[in-house]
Design a protein around this ligand. Structure first.
Ligand code: FAD
Length: 497
């Protein structure tokens, strides 16, 4: 096998940030390419693709097809835009990819240096189509082959990172965003870690503070750092429901034949399966409102447990009204929590998983967690414009930073990706000068109002080239609305919903 093939295979098989970046850099070295060049994918790699036959060809063909969509204007739609994305979670990476396809130069800051989240996400059908259109199946052929469509967060992040790198995104692990600041007038214009096409007026503070990215100037800032959003200037609405406590647990998958016989559970809930949950309570004392089991990289379980049963089983030491006190470290018996998770998982799988051993989490500890989701936050607005000394920057939220999902609906990534596409549309509008900044923001906000109403059914046609049965109620087409008639399309979408 040639060196190039070997480097590409290492890139495809890389399962974490460091090996992924190392393999990609090696690939670039062999091809004599600049890893973070906007031309990386579009011109240089494409040229090589036609020149010789190598394994990357199939992936590049899929990406080429994607990149040739009219909306991207061959990468000219957001050329001149310098975007900084905070957070390399699924939605930050998806936004980075979309902005790179539009031709923006994109840097992603990720404060962690590893992708280690075992938890498994159920994906809406349109999201699977979206991932396939980005070449995900060429990077992980086994994806979406089971009866239930799911993916572990770390695998999803790895796939999106690889696609982002191929499109020229600069990914900086181990760098935390701390704040946005304007470039002082005395500072040398355009100083950055690379040529970013002149002064953009804004920079960021990061941890570690001396990291060169602190000198990078940008005019688009995307907050994709999850529900603990660090971007100031966004008011948040809090939805408070009745006390809800979730437990997640990941067990090592051994690949034994018996394991594959065990039925996955896409979601049992008390209201539809009362007998199941009553039997569970009688047999074990465990009282749940719902349970999910996916066999993915791990055996993944997530369940909502009732407080009384957690107290009864000794998981919670004392009863408190305040959820943060109730679930504080001091009030949780970790061993009892593990035993609770194992017992619930054993019941749910009919004892079909032998030797249940917890997988390791990001700290190397046994991967079981309990958290409160009584409160869900969403931002009142999805974006704002910051003006300073004649310079403007768009600041947007995406993913959980924008709209924290109610996890049992499995809507997080789907709505997160839709928000990412809408955010990219705003950036495109901002760059095109086709409408005023205020019009672009108004449109973005009106679309944001629809986001929480989306369901797998209402967005199922996003990938269809035509949807005749819907007539004039056709939904927005993926990835964007009709460029010439955005408001017409918007109204059609509203009617259709
Ligand atoms: P995150 O995944 O939270 O990523 C944020 C990233 O930002 C992290 O990598 C973090 O390290 C980084 N970061 C944070 N602060 C900084 C900083 N200051 N600087 C730099 N980087 C920073 N969704 C589904 O679609 N389907 C499901 O089945 C599903 N099940 C779920 C089950 C549970 C129990 C839970 C809790 C959630 C579930 N979700 C599900 C929701 C889903 O996990 C989230 O919607 C999704 O992970 C959000 O992605 P994100 O990129 O917005 O944020």
């Amino acid at each position: 096998m040639g060196e190039l093939e070997a480097a590409y295979d290492s890139f495809v098989s890389a399962g974490d940030i460091a090996p992924c970046l190392a393999a990609f850099n090696r690939l670039c070295e062999l091809l004599d390419l600049n890893p973070c060049s906007p031309d990386f994918f579009r011109h240089q790699l494409a040229k090589r693709r036609s020149g010789r036959h190598w394994r990357a060809g199939q992936l590049l063909s899929v990406l080429h097809q994607k990149a040739s969509a009219k909306d991207y204007a061959s990468g000219a739609a957001a050329a001149g835009c310098r975007a900084l994305v905070i957070g390399g979670g699924p939605c930050g990476l998806r936004t980075a990819i979309e902005l790179a396809l539009l031709g923006a130069r994109v840097t992603v800051l990720e404060k962690r240096d590893r992708f280690s989240r075992n938890n498994v996400l159920h994906l809406w059908p349109f999201l699977i189509e979206d991932l396939k259109a980005l070449g995900a199946k060429k990077l992980a052929p086994h994806l979406f082959s089971g009866p239930i469509d799911h993916i572990s967060i770390k695998t999803l992040q790895c796939i999106l990172l690889k696609i982002a790198l191929l499109l020229g995104v600069d990914f900086l692990p181990g760098v935390g965003f701390e704040g946005m600041e304007e470039v002082p007038p005395s500072a040398p214009g355009g100083a950055s870690i690379e040529d970013n096409g002149g002064s953009q007026g804004f920079r960021c503070r990061v941890d570690p503070p001396e990291h060169p990215v602190a000198r990078l100037e940008f005019n688009v800032l995307i907050g994709a750092d999850g529900k603990r959003n660090t971007l100031p200037g966004f008011r948040r609405k809090v939805f408070r429901g009745k006390l809800a406590i979730a437990i997640t647990a990941n067990f090592i998958k051994r690949g034994a034949a018996e394991e594959s016989q065990v039925q996955e559970i896409s979601g049992f809930s008390y209201i539809y399966n009362q007998k199941y949950f009553n039997d569970l309570r009688q047999a074990t004392g465990i009282d749940l409102e719902n349970i999910v089991y996916y066999r993915d990289d791990t055996h993944y379980f997530v369940m909502t447990a009732k407080k009384a049963s957690l107290i009864h089983k000794g998981v919670l030491l004392r009863d408190y009204d305040d959820p943060s006190q109730l679930l504080s470290q001091q009030n949780v018996d970790q061993d009892k929590l593990k035993a609770y998770a194992v017992e619930a998982a054993t019941y749910a799988t009919g004892g079909g998983l032998a030797n249940m051993e917890f997988a390791a989490n990001h700290c190397g500890s046994e991967d079981v967690a309990m958290f409160d989701f009584t409160e869900l936050c969403s931002a009142e607005n999805s974006c704002r414009i910051v003006h300073r000394r004649g310079q403007s920057a768009i600041v947007c939220l995406v993913g959980d930073s924008l709209l924290e999902p109610f996890w049992p609906t499995g809507s997080g990534c789907a709505r997160g990706f839709l928000g990412a596409l809408d955010c990219a549309w705003l950036v495109k509008q901002f760059c095109s000068g086709r409408c005023s900044v205020l019009e672009a923001i108004a449109e973005r906000e009106s679309v944001y109002q629809l986001l929480s109403q989306t369901t797998p059914e209402t967005v199922r046609h996003l990938f269809d080239s035509d949807v005749p049965e819907l007539g004039d109620k056709a939904p927005v087409k993926f990835p964007y609305r009709d460029v010439d008639q955005p408001y017409e399309q918007e109204r059609a979408f509203l009617r259709w919903l």
